[in-house]
Write a protein that binds this ligand. Structure first.
Ligand SMILES: Nc1nc2c(c(=O)[nH]1)N[C@H]1C(S)=C(S)[C@@H](COP(=O)(O)OP(=O)(O)OC[C@H]3O[C@@H](n4cnc5c(=O)[nH]c(N)nc54)[C@H](O)[C@@H]3O)O[C@H]1N2
Ligand SMILES: Nc1nc2c(c(=O)[nH]1)N[C@H]1C(S)=C(S)[C@@H](COP(=O)(O)OP(=O)(O)OC[C@H]3O[C@@H](n4cnc5c(=O)[nH]c(N)nc54)[C@H](O)[C@@H]3O)O[C@H]1N2
Ligand code: SF4
Ligand SMILES: [Mo]
Length: 762
């Protein structure tokens, strides 16, 4: 997998266009691998890992090669689509923008700004143009009905970070390359390539831990590829990680295995925390976890006594009813054992860019500043849980969502109780999607605005350089010139339309507004190295590339390694990054506490009230009887990327992966045979799917990957349609959320199983 080359397209035999080799970044997942792309004219000849890339050193996965297929996919939209008489027809850009204005603005006028909902999907965090321009769209739209894939993903991590450290973005990552003990919970980086932990070539890094005498433990209800490569696999009953972790903390505190040598001075409410966890002894949680008390104790002692121990939990622990609590417990275990903010433990990365906007900062992180209309759910980071989007669309009343904008999202496949969400999308008065496909979600849109392909834009990872296991910076220009407006330009147009400037306003006004605003912030900040300088002078020194790259230049120059517009000689700027096509290594992660702390107490809050009440809720869980039903969990595989890459032939070839994994014992009990069709039913839906018997899943657990179910009409995804699979989110339940973060519960869903041949019985 690492460094392998693959031929994707045969160049014209007689072509005399010169071959060019370009060093780029893969924008598909959090690993952010460096690529070496060979192109001839407008064609990709070869994509392989960039062996000189500072972080990925040649590693890539099979999805990198599919970037060329994505670029060339005939189904990928190149021109806007507008729905006329129930069918999508291609129109010019001006006409499409005019249609957006005439479709959405009357709703704003008649029903107010909250009548327009917004859903932002995952690819936005892999695209700095979208990421930097979306705040302008949200600001000019001014709706509280904001939703994103964050509430079916990492929102619990933001909330626990906000409560403990004062900043929702203070997320520590495991120092993989220096640790002696790695504890992974609910993550399968051998397939996902890691999450909230940018570490290309996770397998190599994990192997290195074992080679230097360290130990790796994986906690997962499935014996995943990652678990198989570890020293120890702990199978856990879905949803029980918070219990397991809190019991481990209890063991460490009771046996006094703590290390307070450095963090002791920065923590608050240690006694309150210790008292709150004291009831969670291993013996009391063992049954619910499906892990013996002795093993829980051994795990706690092993972690605490390792020289340097790193802990990391992801989707399996976050997308659960106690996601925020589990995320808090991960950090607390790290803190009490002295492993937070120390090399070999977990550390806070330092990205090269400054973060001039977005996100609450400073003392007093809060959630629930406003509540959702129908279910009264608290906002987190200015968003409502996507699990309640269908409620807000379908249930009448003042403030009902009547129009929707989706940007790079496919909630019809990705979000709980997807069947109901599709009904809701159908019921909207007007819907606009910024997307590259006519798919399960965008088929409901009245207007689809397609940005250029991933190879037609520059790349700088604004999100994942803040979550990498080594500090680094990498900028790559576009591989091909864009054939249509950049995504940032489309978003700028939407910002102008929503702001009342009209569909014909010049989008460069938004470019200028964003950059001026950021510069004004710096020159008026007395602690900034450019304090007092003239905005127009700094603007004149910036970029000249236009759009998001000029803004990025400012963020780099004002960042911790930046040149501060000439104040720090040799510092970073976009031009300097461009001169390093394999990226710049900024060194290993280093301690950042207490400077990073932004809590009112300026200390780490060990016992925030939200967490204390979650612990009380967990107490009920502790005594809950273990039921006899089956629990559904998800899974990812290396050739998938959520819901949207199934139209690329190389990623869907071979046997269907949209199959239900069932443990042979459970299969025998229900009378299901290997390869047989079964009906899986939950409170909200049912699907018919092929069962595969495997002891990879623990007894009592079944597993079905998400992102499939491409069997809808009116889509333009022919390859995906012929590899449709089933939508796992027809089974997940929109009523189940982690109340502290609003995150959807995607794992541990109670389901029943029946051979399809007996379905008439059901
Ligand atoms: N059951 C279950 N459900 C899950 C998960 C799970 O583990 N289990 N995982 C959850 C997670 S972690 C996530 S992040 C979400 C993802 O949820 P979403 O973000 O809603 O879904 P994606 O499948 O990422 O869809 C991305 C959309 O963006 C479009 N797109 C791709 N590239 C671009 C681009 O460059 N620009 C634009 N404008 N559009 C583009 C695609 O066509 C597609 O419509 O799914 C969640 N859903
Ligand atoms: N190939 C591929 N790579 C991807 C993606 C993809 O779809 N495909 N999606 C990307 C995105 S958006 C994200 S957010 C990341 C996610 O990256 P990861 O968090 O690594 O995601 P998963 O591979 O789903 O791993 C979650 C694991 O949790 C386990 N699990 C389920 N329930 C529980 C539980 O209750 N407790 C514990 N301890 N474990 C449980 C599952 O069996 C599974 O192995 O991956 C990214 N990378
Ligand atoms: S691991 Fe992620 S970033 Fe690296 S090549 Fe694969 S999809 Fe791209
Ligand atoms: Mo995600």
């Amino acid at each position: 997998m690492s460094g392998g080359a693959s031929s994707l397209a045969t160049p014209d035999a007689g072509s005399d266009v010169e071959e060019r080799v370009l060093f780029r970044t893969c924008p598909l997942c959090e690993a952010a691998c460096g690529l070496e792309i060979t192109v001839q004219g407008e064609r990709v000849e070869k994509i392989r890992g960039d062996r000189s890339h500072v972080l990925s050193r040649g590693f890539v996965c099979p999805k990198a090669f599919a970037l060329a297929e994505l670029h060339e996919d005939p189904d990928r939209l190149r021109r806007p689509l507008v729905k006329r008489g129930g069918h999508h027809v291609e129109v010019g850009w001006e006409e499409a923008y005019a249609e957006v204005e005439s479709g959405l603005m009357p709703l704003v006028e008649e029903y107010g700004r909250d009548s327009i909902g917004v859903y932002l999907g995952n690819p936005n965090v892999h695209n700095h143009g979208a990421f930097l321009y979306l705040p302008a769209v949200l600001e000019s739209l001014g709706t509280t009905n904001r939703y994103s894939s964050s509430t079916v993903d990492q929102m619990p991590r933001h909330v626990s970070a906000g409560l403990m450290f004062g900043s929702p973005f203070a997320m520590a990552v495991p120092d993989l390359d220096h640790t002696d003990f790695l504890l992974l919970l609910g993550t399968n980086p051998f397939e996902s390539n890691g999450s909230l932990c940018t570490a290309p070539d996770f397998p190599r890094r994990m192997r290195a831990i074992r080679e230097r005498g360290g130990r790796v433990v994986v906690v997962d209800p499935r014996r995943t590829r990652t678990a198989r490569a570890a020293d120890e696999h702990v199978s856990i009953r879905p949803g029980a990680d918070a219990l397991l972790l809190v019991a481990m903390i209890q063991v460490v505190l009771e046996a006094d295995l703590c290390d307070w040598s450095r963090l002791g001075a920065f923590v608050k409410d240690l006694e309150v925390m210790a008292e709150a966890v004291s009831a969670f002894r291993p013996e009391q949680v063992a049954d619910r976890c499906g892990v013996t008390a002795a093993r829980i104790r051994a795990l706690a002692v092993g972690f605490a006594s390792a020289e340097r121990a790193a802990i990391h939990g992801r989707m399996g622990i976050h997308a659960s009813a106690f996601g925020t609590l589990a995320s808090w417990a991960v950090d607390v275990l790290s803190i009490v054992t002295g492993n937070l903010d120390r090399p070999g433990g977990t550390l806070f990365p330092s990205a090269a860019h400054s973060v001039p906007m977005g996100g609450p900062s400073g003392p007093g992180f809060e959630t629930g500043r406003w509540k959702s209309r129908v279910r009264g759910l608290p906002e987190t980071l200015g968003e409502f849980p996507v699990s309640t989007l269908a409620d807000e669309i379908l249930i009448p009343g003042a403030g009902q969502v009547r129009g929707l904008l989706t940007v790079a999202g496919n909630p019809a496949l990705s979000t709980p109780h997807a069947g109901r969400l599709e009904t809701a999308l159908e019921a909207l008065d007007f819907m606009v999607s910024v997307d590259i496909y006519l798919n399960e979600t965008t088929r409901h849109a009245d207007v689809i605005l397609p940005p250029p392909s991933a190879l037609e834009r520059s790349h700088y990872d604004v999100v994942y350089t803040s979550l990498a296991v080594r500090n680094f910076a990498h900028y790559a220009g576009a591989t091909f010139e864009a054939k249509g407006p950049a995504e940032s330009e489309i978003l700028a147009k939407l910002a102008l339309i929503f702001g009342g400037d009209g569909a014909t306003a010049d989008p460069s006004r938004v470019d200028e507004m964003l950059i001026q605003r950021v510069l004004e912030g710096y020159v008026s900040d007395a602690s900034s190295p450019v304090y007092g300088r003239a905005v127009q002078d700094l603007r004149a020194e910036t970029g000249g590339r236009g759009g998001p790259d000029d803004l990025l230049d400012v963020m780099l120059r004002m960042g911790p390694y930046g040149d501060a517009f000439g104040r720090r000689a040799g510092g970073l700027s976009l031009a300097r990054l461009e001169a390093h096509p394999h990226g710049i290594d900024l060194g290993p992660l280093a301690p950042r506490l207490p400077e990073l702390l932004a809590t009112p107490s300026s200390r780490i809050e060990l016992a925030p009230p939200t967490i204390l009440s979650d612990l009380e809720r967990l107490e009920g869980e502790r005594v809950e009887r273990v039921g006899s039903g089956l629990l559904l969990v998800g899974r990812r595989d290396i050739r998938s990327n959520n819901s949207w890459m199934h139209n690329l032939p190389s990623l869907v070839s071979g046997a269907s992966r949209s199959v239900l994994h069932v443990h042979p014992e459970d299969a025998a009990r229900v009378g299901v045979e290997d390869g047989e069709e079964v009906i899986v039913a939950s409170r909200v839906g049912r699907v018919r799917v092929v069962a595969k018997l495997t002891d990879e899943v623990m007894p009592g657990v079944v597993s079905l990957p998400h992102g499939w179910g491409h069997d809808r009409s009116y889509m333009r995804m022919d390859v995906a349609r012929s590899h449709a699979g089933v939508n796992a989110n027809l089974l997940t339940d929109c009523r189940l959320i982690d109340p502290s973060s609003g995150n959807g519960v995607l794992n541990g869903i109670s389901v029943s199983l029946l051979p399809a041949r007996e379905s008439s019985r059901a």
